[in-house]
Design a protein around this ligand. Structure first.
Ligand code: ZN
Length: 253
């Protein structure tokens, strides 16, 4: 049995489809999504539909919440707000009901994993974990073997007091985490992991980011998956969404 763990799809169907193909080839049978299925990209409803089909364990992200009017649009910058207003018009009532029903925190007791989009200390506040002090602070707010987050679109792995892999504040560090593989101990250390982003990576690597976990061997592995970026960009431009949302996919920023 293998878990496929991903986050921040943001309506990018090309990236999601490539990641799901990749995970099927890896013989993944269970799926975890850490939120922000929608917002920014041109295929929000289809992304919701695909993730529902997986029967994935999913938590709500701030964009999912805002798309169904549970988080105010005023908390977003202008580009995100414009994309969310567009997204709201594209979601079927069924998809809206699905997003509205998502919890902010979920647990996988079999693996002792806690799942939250932003931060374990304040799931509803949508804080970003982006510095050493943020990591140290957040490690105090859970006692599970691992807490898995998304939200910043920048992958990292932190462990107990000793930070195994530095929060990638600069690009060089970010690149170092690409395709990282490590063992998640059964007890002792607790881990805080950001699984990066499928649909809008921001660590300088434009490929979709996804993580697999094999319970039998305790192996946690980061992967990067190529997808048809140009097709996703064409759809964003054709939809009249802000140009920056297409442009930044090439940069992975
Ligand atoms: Zn996001």
């Amino acid at each position: 049995m293998k878990l496929g763990i991903f986050s921040d799809v943001h309506g990018n169907l090309e990236a999601l489809a490539a990641v799901l193909d990749f995970l099927r080839n890896q013989e993944v049978t269970e799926y975890v999504c850490l939120g922000d299925i929608v917002g920014y990209g041109a295929d929000p409803d289809e992304c919701v539909r695909r993730i529902r089909e997986l029967r994935a364990c999913v938590v709500a992200g701030n964009h999912d919440h805002a798309a169904v009017r549970q988080t105010p649009l005023e908390t977003f910058n202008d580009v995100a707000r414009r994309a969310l207003l567009w997204t709201r018009q594209r979601l079927t009532p069924d998809s809206q009901a699905y997003l509205r029903a998502l919890e902010l925190v979920e647990f996988l007791p079999a693996h002792s994993f806690r799942l939250v989009h932003g931060s374990p200390s304040a799931p509803r506040a949508w804080h970003y974990i982006e510095s050493w002090s943020d990591v140290e602070y957040e490690l105090g707010f859970f006692s599970d073997r691992a807490c898995l987050v998304g939200h910043s679109h920048v992958p990292f792995v932190a462990c107990g007091d000793t930070i195994r892999h530095r929060v990638p504040i600069d690009e060089v560090q970010a690149r170092r985490i690409t395709e990282l593989e490590f063992e998640l101990p059964n007890q002792g250390a607790k881990f805080l992991l950001n699984v990066g982003s499928v649909g809008q990576p921001r660590d300088g690597d434009p490929r979709a980011c996804v993580v697999t976990f094999t319970p039998r061997t305790h192996r946690m592995q980061f992967h990067r998956v190529e997808y048809d970026i140009a097709a996703a960009q064409r759809k964003i431009r054709a939809a009249g969404l802000p140009e920056i949302l297409a442009y930044r996919l090439t940069l992975g920023q």
